[in-house]
Design a protein around this ligand. Structure first.
Ligand SMILES: [Zn+2]
Length: 242
């Protein structure tokens, strides 16, 4: 098994087609209810896998995903709720937020771990807080940033911090980008992208992953394709942001 589910819980099929995990005995607050495991993949490899398998995965960095196993396991059947009773305590471990009663479904809010669009869906959790649609951008909702400020995954916390310190390029930044571009395109773009993303230590690969959702385009940028680099510098110069 690549995932752990507490012996105090079990996964069950929920009609018509779905799965969930339920407490089978009282679960004390703070208990580790699940630990997510799998194969560590970058985004390009991750996106070659079926959507169902990707929905049982967790993103742990801009270009790192823990892909769930090929077939479903107990520990990767934890559903989303907009009023969850469990929360992440690090990138891959889920704990009970308060004491859970036998029969209660274990849930956590996917906004606390997801910042990509690989698992977006209409939500029917039925809670008063329900936002009806769950997306990879929910971590940006100000109300959720307040509600979950201490319990986002480390990756999403870094995203929030980066978003707060990102800024559009100034005229001077854009001039520096243009002036140094010919001598070393990648270094010039890295400097500008680090400012625009608020990620002062991000690698070229991580920065490229933020500039485009088109995998082929990203590959060309990774390889240093001149026309893609020219296009990116033009975009940054005109818009001064990404
Ligand atoms: Zn909901």
């Amino acid at each position: 098994m690549r995932n752990y589910l507490s012996p105090l819980a079990e996964a069950r099929e929920i009609a018509p087609k779905g799965f969930g995990s339920f407490a089978i005995a009282p679960i004390p607050a703070g208990t580790i209810v699940a630990t997510f495991g799998g194969t560590i993949l970058n985004r390009i490899n991750f996106e070659t896998h079926p959507l169902e398998q990707r929905s049982r995965s967790i993103q742990i960095d801009a270009d790192q995903f823990v892909l769930g196993p090929e077939s479903r396991e107990s520990g990767d059947s934890i559903n989303h709720s907009c009023s969850p009773n469990c929360r992440l305590r690090n990138a891959t471990q889920l704990i009970a937020m308060h004491e859970l009663s036998a029969g209660e479904e274990l849930t956590y809010d996917y906004a606390t771990s997801d910042a990509s669009n690989y698992d977006e869906f209409e939500c029917a959790c039925g809670s008063d807080n329900c936002r009806l649609r769950v997306t990879g951008n929910d971590w940006q909702i100000p109300e959720l940033q307040i509600r979950y400020q201490k319990i986002f995954s480390p990756y999403v916390q870094r995203k929030i911090k980066a978003a707060q310190s990102s800024r559009p390029l100034t005229k001077r930044d854009a001039e520096e980008l243009i002036n140094s571009f010919d001598a070393n395109p990648q270094a010039a773009l890295m400097r500008a992208l680090r400012i625009a993303t608020g990620m002062p230590h991000a690698s070229w690969k991580s920065l490229v992953a933020l500039t485009s959702t088109d995998l082929q385009h990203r590959e060309l940028l990774y390889e240093g394709d001149q026309s893609c680099l020219d296009q990116l510098v033009k975009q940054l110069n005109e818009q001064r942001t990404i």
